[in-house]
Design a protein. Sequence first.
Length: 732
Amino acid sequence: MTKKKKRKPSNNKISDLTNTIISILKDDRTKSFNYKQIASKLQLNDASSRNQIIKTLAKLKAKEEIKEVDRGKFQIINNTEYHTGIFDAAQRGNGYVICDDFEDDIYIASNNVNKALNGDEVELYVYKRRKRGKLEGEITKIIKRAKTDYVGVIQIHKGKNFAFVVVDGNKMKTDIFVPINKTMNANDGDKVLVTMEEWPEKADSPNGKVIKVLGKAGEHNTEIHAILADYGLPYDFPKEIEDYASNINLDILPEEIAKRRDMRKDLTFTIDPKDAKDFDDALSFTVLENGNYEIGIHIADVSHYLEEGSILDDEAYERATSVYLVDRVVPMLPEILSNGACSLRPHEEKYTFSAVFELNNKAEIKNEWFGRTVTYSDARFAYEEAQAIIESKSTQIPADVSLTGEAYNTDQSIADAVLKMDELAKIMRAKRMDSGALSFDKLEVKFDLDEEANPVGVFFKTSKDANKLIEEFMLLANRKVSEFIGKQKPEKTFIYRVHDEPDESKLMALQGVVSKFGHKLNFKDRKSIASSLNTLLSDVQGKKEQNLVDTLTIRTMSKAEYTTDNIGHYGLAFDYYSHFTSPIRRYPDVMAHRLLQRYLDGEKSASAEVYEEKCKHASNMEYLATKAERDSIKYMQIRFMQDHKDEEFVGVISGVTDWGIYVEIISNKCEGMVRTRDIKGDYYEFDQDQFALIGRESKIMYQLGDEVVVKVKQADLEKRHLDFELIGKAPE
C-alpha cells in the first residue's frame, strides 16, 4: 500500500487580500460572509490561506470597515461614500458619473468602470485621488441599463461559430459577442441592431443576438435607418396601423358641423415652409364693426380622428412626436391623416380646434373663445411669399397664389390681413421681450440634396418677419389656452410646457467664454440676465462667433419639458404655457386638445398621476427625436465634407479639450476635431483657464473663438466623426 503524501502547508502571502475581501463584501452589501465562503470565492482551500483571511477580517473589523453581524459572519459597513448617478463614458474607456450629491462630476478610471455603459444608472464608491486630492470613484453596481439595443457593424469570423458586433460611435469600448445561430443570417459588414442578453462575470464582452439587419454599412438608407434604430425610433408603420387609418371616415358631415362653430366664411389662410406637406395651423382675420380685429388660430382637430385607446392612438402615443431628419420626416401619424384629413390644405373644409381673439390696435385682448370649429382655407402662403408682402408693404398677391371662396369677395384682401397681423405680431413680440423673454434666432443648417439624397450644397435658414408673425400667434394660442385652464378653480390637471431658470454656474461659465469676444453679462436680477442675454445674442449677429455663442447660450438654459406641475416658461417669460398648436406632429398637443374639450364640457379634472407619466414619456421621446435629428445633420455634414477633402476651409475654434480642438467651418457650419497629437511643430498643452491649447516651446496659442485654416483628414460615416488637419491660423 502506497503511503499517501501529506499536502505541505502553503506559506505564500496572498497579494492585495484586504482590497479583495472588501470587493467581495461590496459586491453584495446586503449579505454577510464567513471566512469559508470568502475562501471558496477565491478558490483557496489550504490552512495558510484560511488563516490569512481570518486575520484580515479581524483587522478590517478593528478598523470599522466591516462589521460582524453574527458569530464569524461579516458585512461591509455602508457609509456616505456610496452614491448613485448617471455614467458618461469617454472615448478612452474612462468616464464620469453625473451625481446630484456633488457639484462636480466624479471621474471614473477605465479600470473602475466595471462593465458600466454610457448612460447607465450606477452606484459608485467615491474617494479622493492620491495625487491631486480630487474626487474619484469606482462603479460598484449597475442599477439600470440606459439601453440594451445597439447599432453596429457585424464581423463574421469565418470558419468559426461566432461573430462580433462593433457598436457605432466612440462611447462603447467593447464589442458584442453573437453566436452564429443568433445573427439572423446577416452578412459580414452589414449594419445590424443587436440586443445585449447577458454579460458573464469573467467575460470581456457581453453576449447578444441580432434582432434586425439594417443593410450594408455606408449605404444612405442603411445609415439613416441606423440613426433611428439607435434611439429606438421607428421608420415605418405596421400594416395594421395603416389599415386602421385607411378605414377612418374622413368625410365632413352636416351633423358634425352642427356641433361646431362654423367659420368657413371667415378669411382664412396658412403660412408655412414652401416644401411643407402638412399644415396643422391656419389664421383667420376679420375686421369687426367696432374697429377691432377678430383673429382665429385654427389647429387641425386631430383628436376627432384619433379615438382614445385605439391601436392608432396607442401608436401615436408611443411615437409621441414626428422625427425630422435631413432627408425625410418620420411622422407621428399615417400619411392619410398627417398630409390628408388633418392637413389644412387650401380650398378644403376641415375640422379644427380654435382659439379666437378680439384684439385692438395695441394688440390688447378684449375677448377670447376656445372650441371646436369647421374652417375653409382660402389660400396657402409660403413664408417667402408672405415675407415679400411684408417687406414691400404691397397689397398685391403673388401670381402663383390661387384664391377662391366667398371670403375673398369681402372688402379687405388677404394681403391687408397679412400686413395688419404683422403689425400686431410685432407689438406682441416687443411686449414679450420687455417682460424678459429671450430671443433665439439660431441659424438652422439645411442641405440641398440631389435625387439620390446626396448633399450638393449647404444653406442656412433664418427667421424673418413672416416666420415671427406665425410664431407670435401660435404663442398667443398656446399661452391663452394654458392660462384659461391653469387659472380655473378648483385646479384642473393640464399638460404644461415648462422651462426652468438657467443654472447660475452655467451662466458664469458662459460669461467666461463670451468675455473672450468682448461681451459681458449682467447677473443683477432675472430681468437683467434676460436683457443682457438678448443683447449678447443681438451683438453676435453676423459675427464669426455667432453660432458658437448661440449654441453655448442655449446650453446654459434648462431643458424645456412637459409636466402637469406648472412652473412657467422662463425663456418665453410666460407664467402659463402649453403646446396646443401642432397635434399632427406632437402627441402632447393632442392631449391638450382632449383636456380642453373635457373642461369645456364641464367634466371633472383628469388624473394628474396618469398625465404626469404621459408627460415624462413625451419629454423622453422628444429628447430621443432631437438626438436623432442632430445625428442625421452630422451624418450629412460628413457626407458633404467627403467630397471636399482637398479644400482648405476657414473655421472658428468652437471647443477646446486636452485631447484636441473642435473647429466649426464658417461657410457650412460643419464641425470636426483637430487632435492635439496631430498638431505639428510643438507639444501642445491644454490651458483650462484660457480655453486654449498652448505650445510648450513656441507659446503659440489656439484659443476658443480663434479663426484657423483646416483640411479634412478623415470623414468617417460609420462612426459619424470628422477629423481635421490644422493648417494654421487664419490670416488677419
